[in-house]
Design a protein around this ligand. Structure first.
Ligand code: G4P
Length: 538
């Protein structure tokens, strides 16, 4: 009986967890929505408690300003709170596009995402890129169309744009009545409830009215005849055009339910959160190189998806963020670090509740724990109770800016080597080595990373460096079953080939066009834009 109770408790712990990320193009309202969720979850008391990543968002290269914000971003890396019996974990993603790779990796640790779209701007550049990453793992997506208090685009046009540009089917679960200055509220198509809008940032609850039927006269009285007729027409069109909401299709990442609202005015947020906890997936199974690991398995497993270094030279520790995949994580228990084949235990694993950190004794699938690290971890590392497995799905993404690392102080060569190895283990950037000459090429997705590397090499390792820009636009890993073709390509392109840290060859393309030409000329080769691919050239 007791064992049964414990088993039940564990399953409960899993099924009531929701671990997700809020993603958006900068300025669409990610920070505001995050804050409102925490407010509704009771994790914070006043608006403004979550610091926006403003400085990291600004197109600044003032690195120290960014560092100040990074202090904040550690605390808000994971924001956990309890809501209606559910334990909700929001994994924060950096706003600045130069830190996009950090965001991509964080997305490997979530079970679903809420995508915020600005109703004025529609789908933007980062929205597209982030969705591509979601597509790679078929991550379930809910769309929140924000800023309905502004004169935005027609909702049907917005949904069309999302479907076309993001390659996902949509299904509105609520429908806006008017937009901008004529915005009156939203109608919940499922619960047949009307929520009336009032522009009030402090007001938390909205007026919700149950409307038995859209044909009722009551509707005309509340929102006016014109708006009521428009809503009737729109609702009819919605039912005719969009397939009914099907949770399985949402869980497969095929269909995105859509909500409309205004985060700053707390409008549509509670409705979104209520639906989210009900339909969003609980912690999911995860593929390792050898088998699939299920959350309900008894033994603990987890993986590292983010490493945060302390930039204070007096405290050179780092925090490695571990997403728990299965079993129960316990403080002070020895766990197997499978890459190093080493047992490690953690005396002060940290959990995050909104902006507070605290040492925890145990954690469950879906949770993220912060582990103090003295240099043992690398992004993608796996921890287990002894089984030698490695989780998949934490790839490196093909960088877009390349510079050669130049050593400015030959007396500090060793420090430079050590520093660059550790920083790239942390995922600050990627390192490629080109022969002859052992040339170190640093690849990033944003320019800011070079400032970060230069600053940290100097302050943490005492090594000074400079960078020489290189004319490459894309790095692709390449493989082939055809050894001859591989050899031909390697000989012909040797000046544009380098090795990644794992010794795998990478083609550095001058332009996307050059990449395309080479793909056409060497159809026997496969080019990969992430480091996670099946090796077929052995
Ligand atoms: P981000 O994290 O996605 O980058 O966006 P963030 O939440 O910081 O929001 C960007 C701007 O959009 C902020 O204004 C915010 O107040 C505003 N905003 C968020 N939700 C809504 C909404 O529903 N309606 C309207 N009209 N605006 C919204 P800001 O001027 O940049 O900053 P602040 O001075 O208001 O903090």
């Amino acid at each position: 009986m007791f064992i049964f109770f414990i088993l039940f408790m564990d399953i409960q712990n899993i099924s009531k967890r929701r671990t997700f990320g809020i993603i958006s193009h900068p300025d669409a309202g990610k920070t505001t929505l995050t804050e409102k969720f925490l407010l509704f979850g009771g994790a914070i008391q006043i608006a403004g408690a979550v610091k926006s990543n403003k400085a990291t968002r600004a197109a600044t290269s003032d690195f120290m300003e960014i560092e100040k914000q990074r202090g904040i971003s550690v605390a808000s890396s994971v924001m956990g709170f309890d809501y209606n019996d559910y334990k909700v974990n929001i994994l924060d993603t950096p706003g600045h596009k130069d830190f996009a790779e950090d965001t991509y990796r964080t997305l490997t640790a979530v079970d679903s995402v809420i995508l915020v779209v600005d109703c004025v701007k529609g789908v933007e550049d980062q929205t597209r890129k982030l969705m591509e990453v979601c597509r790679m793992r078929n991550t379930p997506v809910i769309v929140f169309i924000n800023k309905m208090d502004r004169e935005g685009q027609d909702p049907f046009d917005l949904l069309d744009e999302i479907e076309k540009e993001l390659n996902i089917h949509t299904r509105p679960l609520s429908w806006p009545i008017g937009i901008g200055s004529s915005f009156k509220g939203v109608y919940n198509l499922y619960e047949k409830k009307l929520q009336l809008f009032s522009a009030d940032k402090r007001k938390i609850a909205n007026d919700v009215l149950a409307i038995k039927s859209l044909d009722s006269k009551e509707l005309d009285e509340i929102i006016g005849e014109k708006a009521a007729n428009k809503l009737r027409d729109d609702a009819e069109l919605v039912e005719g055009v969009y397939e009914p909401f099907n949770r399985d299709l949402y869980l497969e990442g095929y269909l995105a339910p859509v909500f409309f609202g205004s985060a700053i005015n707390n409008f549509g947020v509670q409705e979104l959160l209520d639906t989210f906890v009900q339909i969003a997936p609980e912690p999911r199974s995860r593929e390792s190189e050898t088998r699939e690991v299920k959350p309900e398995e008894k033994k603990f497993t987890g993986f590292i998806f983010k490493i945060h270094a302390n930039l204070d030279p007096n405290h050179r520790d780092r925090i490695a963020f571990c997403r728990i995949v299965s079993g129960k994580f316990e403080r002070n228990k020895f766990y197997q670090h499978t890459r190093l084949d080493k047992k490690i235990r953690f005396s002060s694993p940290t959990s995050f509740m909104a902006n507070d950190k605290s040492v925890i004794d145990e954690a469950y699938p879906g949770d993220v724990v912060g582990l103090y690290d003295t240099g043992n971890f690398k992004i993608g590392d796996t921890l287990t109770e002894g089984e030698m497995i490695n989780f998949k799905g934490i790839p490196s993404f093909s960088p877009e800016i390349f510079k050669e690392l130049e050593n400015k102080d030959p007396l500090k060569t060793k420090q430079l080597e050590k520093g660059i190895m550790q920083l790239t283990d942390e995922g600050v950037a990627q390192l490629f080595i080109q022969q002859p000459g052992n040339i170190k090429i640093i690849g990033t997705v944003g320019d800011l990373q070079f400032d970060v590397i230069q600053f940290r090499l100097l302050h943490e390792y005492g090594a000074s460096c400079s960078f020489r820009p290189l004319n490459y636009e894309k790095a692709c890993w390449f493989t082939s079953k055809d050894k001859k073709a591989l050899e031909r390509f390697t000989n012909l392109k040797k000046h544009s080939i380098a090795m990644d840290k794992e010794g795998r060859p990478v083609f550095l393309a001058d332009s996307l066009w050059a990449l395309k030409i080479n793909q056409d000329n060497f159809p026997e080769l496969s080019f990969h834009t992430t480091s996670e691919f099946k090796t077929d050239n052995q």
